[in-house]
Design a protein around this ligand. Structure first.
Ligand SMILES: NC(=O)CC[C@H](N)C(=O)O
Length: 321
């Protein structure tokens, strides 16, 4: 693994040994967390699973633990949705509809919106902001927008087989009252325009959350972010550099909701979590990481996943700061 911080190279074999050892050391941390059962289908996961994959500068994947267990993106999908909306509309338009400030509230909070403080969602990494961003993704119909998003995620993951988990999608569609309330409230206060079809926006949002991947897919997505929009396995520029820069900044400040500050201090890596236990991480010019550990802490972030990433950030000197 390339390093510009004086550590020199670590061979893929040595990295794999390190990952295996660190995964084993952090498995027990999962016992402190709980599955997200407010989306009933997520309750079927094994809370003790823990997997990690690293995508290197040459596109190679090194993985350990339960890295082959599939899981849904959930809030990790907020990153590709933001990238695509920025590419479709440009930053000026996107940030007319969503802010760029961190939150001290949980990811699904309505509080700040109700106080109109400000009258648009705080940032694209919380549910309200992501719903606004999903609405900004170009496409004539809900079907067209989710099709564009899915094909974009496939490109970022370097995997054409990535698909939507219909069971997880339906499970959230049937129980997603809180997101429904958020989205209708947003339309009521003008944070979504009057002409927005809220049910359609929610259909796209719930489907993007239900896109199913593995740790390797997530690690490749992280690598595209780490290498300024270029896919290391093909050399293709998938996302403009400036758009990637915006996404990485928001991942550092907002990616783990009201736990982003602690993680920035302790690990210092741009990251985005999801309630499935997914964590996407991107270390600029170094590596992309995908972590899966479905037991969550009280902020809704993978408890063992974050402790594993914090540990790896220390051992491999990955902190930006
Ligand atoms: N934090 C998350 O991963 C939330 C995503 C989930 N689909 C929701 O909207 O509630």
């Amino acid at each position: 693994m390339g390093s510009d911080s004086g550590r020199g190279e670590m061979s893929p074999d040595a990295l794999e040994r390190l990952l295996r050892e660190r995964v084993d050391a952090h498995r027990a941390v999962a016992r402190k967390g709980k599955l997200a059962t407010y989306i009933p289908a997520l309750g079927d996961a094994d809370p003790l699973h823990l997997g990690v994959a690293v995508c290197l500068a040459d596109g190679r994947i090194v993985a350990a633990g339960d890295a082959d267990v599939p899981f849904t993106l959930q809030s990790v999908s907020k990153v590709p949705a933001l990238l695509l909306a920025l590419m479709d509309r440009g930053p000026d338009t996107v940030f007319q509809h969503v802010g760029m400030e961190p939150t001290s509230e949980p990811f699904d909070s309505i509080l700040k919106l109700e106080l109109r403080d400000p009258a648009k969602p705080l940032n694209p990494m919380i549910n309200a902001g992501a719903i606004a961003v999903t609405w900004l993704v170009a496409g004539e119909t809900a079907e067209a927008r989710i099709a564009r998003l899915l094909s974009f995620v496939r490109r970022l993951c370097g995997n054409d087989a990535v698909a939507i988990n219909e069971r997880v999608y339906r499970s959230e569609w049937e129980t997603g009252d809180r997101n429904r309330a958020l989205a209708y409230f947003m339309r009521a206060i003008g944070a979504l325009p009057r002409e927005a079809d809220v049910e359609e926006v929610l259909a796209v949002y719930f489907q993007q959350c239900a896109i199913e991947v593995t740790c390797a897919d997530l690690a490749r997505m992280g690598a595209v972010l780490a290498f300024d929009g270029v896919a290391p396995w093909s050399g293709e520029q998938l996302v403009p550099r400036e758009v990637v820069r915006i996404a990485r900044a928001l991942m550092v400040t907002c990616g783990l909701y009201n736990e982003s500050g602690r993680f920035a201090v302790q690990a210092g890596i741009p990251a985005k979590s999801g309630v499935s236990g997914a964590v996407l991480a991107a270390v600029p010019k170094r590596v992309g990481l995908g972590v899966y550990g479905p037991a969550l802490d009280d902020k809704g972030n993978s408890v063992a996943g974050l402790s594993l990433l914090t540990d790896l950030a220390g051992v491999l000197r990955l902190s930006l700061f």
